[in-house]
Design a protein around this ligand. Structure first.
Ligand code: FAD
Length: 549
């Protein structure tokens, strides 16, 4: 069996190593256009900032090691230019010598990844405007930074943009982030990004939301970035982090099927429309685990696992790729944001009936030193309670909760399963009622009708005469330090004796700081004959919808 693999990083190198483990006899040739294979793309921003000090650490493995350990024929600086499907051969250009040659295959695996977008904005080729994908890019960026840069403009507040922004700040560089949407980290729901935007501001990053770059000019001081608003930003370095597009040219030229957004079409065995050609990683379309729709998710985990699965299928093991759920995490200064499955906005776009809850637990027992608050948002099917998505933000413990919920989504669990989950607990690690259980309790209570909730967005959406009576059940001190406009303060401990002060002809929306006392107040009110609901996640959730940025 002769297997050719195009692309030598996440998906391609995984496929090659797996193929070798499955067959000592196969001839396996790995073609990589760049000089490196299997490098740590995800570590690149931290090399710019100096957190990863040595460049060699970014090389997960070397061509030599792949040759000696896996008996792979690794050909770097080798660009695969065309596929002849009828003759089952490819044309390769050796970039060092410019020599072109052909290589035949029994099976071909495409793992060419995705290229950063460079939108056709006037002046886009002005020197000093960079994208970040590989070691050569990071070398160029780092060299520029090392030469001395006073101001960087990062266009795009996605994962890579924000990771780089943090690392520029670490290098003492004034940093501005420009984002077209009205929030940072566009895959997340907007309110969940409020703490991220706030930490960017607290760390001196200028964040310009709802703005786009519509021109670049060379200037004596470097580059001028013209924004659509008319604002002009002066910088010595500009980073474009506005997304990626699948590297599909080989596939398109060879007549393989691609989806509407350019991702190479594959079946569940990662086979393209040609059964002898497989494709993996950022270049392909995948099934969204939650919606079942075709989508594109450029993440390292899926690419690595797909590489393995493609190799399995090449050798006749009928392993299926289950789909991608977009489990992702990003650290921005002292905050971590993570998500898995569908976002609220994706569910709304799909018109899928869902409910949501917010909880704000501490990451381990509150009485144990160092407990950090987090916000966890859970999205679930409004009838069955099946978990559809989750997002979390906080200083600690966010990764663990999103990972548990990622498993719950893959296992098609419901919020009732979350109530029952038995998770590791000692005070320095978690709580006897873990945040996962808490989210399950709140969601389960909502679906069982024990715990009616009203959401912050619904409060302001209702016309004035129909608005709920707002009841703040926190202490007077908490109330004084900030409350929802129009709220009346009756602390929960005195509520039973002050029910006469409350209207019986209006719905009462009760709230506390995080939802717990509001829940108790709601139970008291409901059992006393009032129409009442708890404002989900309390004042803390309300504040997420009122970003200071
Ligand atoms: P790649 O890893 O991009 O590899 C494709 C390779 O194919 C490239 O090296 C390219 O040169 C080569 N190639 C393309 N065409 C040809 C051709 N015709 N001939 C020969 N070679 C070719 N994901 C996460 O999950 N978490 C993170 O924290 C994270 N951080 C990231 C940070 C950065 C700065 C970047 C750039 C990406 C990050 N990612 C992260 C995304 C992750 O790196 C990608 O999803 C993953 O590398 C995709 O793997 P792949 O094999 O599909 O493509």
């Amino acid at each position: 069996m002769k297997i050719l693999i195009v692309g030598g990083v996440a998906g391609g190198a995984s496929a090659a190593a797996r193929a070798r483990r499955l067959s000592e006899d196969a001839q396996i040739v790995l073609f990589e256009r760049g000089p490196d294979v299997s490098f740590a793309n995800c570590g690149l921003p931290y090399y710019v900032g100096g957190e990863i000090a040595e460049r060699e650490k970014l090389l997960v493995t070397t061509p030599e090691r792949l040759r000696s350990r896996f008996k792979l024929d690794v050909r770097t600086r080798s660009s695969v230019e065309a596929i002849d499907r009828t003759a089952k051969k490819i044309r390769v250009r050796d970039l060092a010598s410019e020599r072109q040659y052909e290589e035949t295959y029994d099976k071909l695996i495409l793992a060419p990844g995705a290229a950063p977008l460079r939108p056709p904005i006037p002046g886009i080729d002005t020197p000093g405007i960079f994208t970040l994908r590989n070691l050569q890019d990071v070398d160029r960026i780092k060299q520029r930074v090392d030469q001395g840069v006073k101001h960087v403009v990062v266009v795009g507040a996605g994962f890579i943009g924000l990771e780089l922004a943090e690392n520029f700040v670490r290098r003492g560089i004034a940093t501005t982030v420009v984002e077209l949407q009205d929030q940072v980290l566009p895959p997340f729901d907007k309110e969940m990004t409020t703490p991220i935007a706030e930490t960017l501001l607290a760390n001196g990053v200028t964040v310009l939301l709802g703005q786009s770059a519509d021109g670049f000019e060379e200037s004596p001081d470097g580059i001028v970035v013209r924004l659509k608003s008319g604002q002009r930003l002066s910088a010595q370095l500009v980073i474009l982090g506005v997304g990626v597009r699948p590297e599909n040219k080989l596939a398109v030229d060879a007549g393989l099927e691609v989806g509407p957004r350019g991702g190479i079409r594959v079946n569940e065995h990662l086979q393209t429309s040609d059964p002898d050609i497989f494709a993996v990683g950022d270049a392909i379309e995948v099934k969204d685990v939650v919606s079942g729709d075709q989508t594109q998710v450029p993440l390292a985990g899926p690419a690595n696992r797909q590489g393995r699965i493609a190799a399995d299928n090449v050798f006749g093991r009928a392993v299926r790729y289950r789909g991608t759920q977009g489990t992702a995490i990003v650290g921005v200064f002292d905050q971590t944001a993570a998500m898995t499955g569908a976002s609220e906005k994706a569910l709304r776009r799909a018109n899928r009936p869902f409910r949501k809850v917010y909880v704000h637990p501490t990451h381990h027992a509150g009485y144990y030193p160092g407990a950090e608050a987090m916000t966890l948002k859970l999205l679930f099917d409004s009838t069955t309670g099946r978990v559809l998505g989750a997002q979390a933000v906080g200083r600690a413990g966010v990764d663990k909760r999103i990972d548990v919920l990622a498993v719950a989504i893959q296992a098609e669990m419901t919020v009732f399963d979350l109530e029952e989950m038995e998770l590791a607990y000692a005070p320095q690690y978690g709580s006897a009622k873990d945040p996962i259980n808490m989210a399950g309790f709140v969601a389960g209570g909502l679906l069982r009708g024990d715990h009616p909730q009203v959401h912050v967005e619904a409060l302001s959406a209702a016309p004035a005469p129909e608005q709920d009576f707002l009841l703040d059940v926190r202490t007077p001190q908490e109330f004084e330090s900030g409350h929802i406009p129009g709220a009346v303060n009756i602390p929960v401990d005195g509520l039973r004796s002050r029910l006469g002060e409350l209207p019986r002809d209006r719905k009462i929306a009760a709230y506390c700081q995080v939802g717990q006392r509001g829940y108790l107040a709601t139970r008291i009110l409901l059992q006393s004959g009032f129409s009442a609901a708890n404002i989900g996640g309390g004042y803390k959730t309300y504040k997420l919808f009122q970003p200071s940025a």
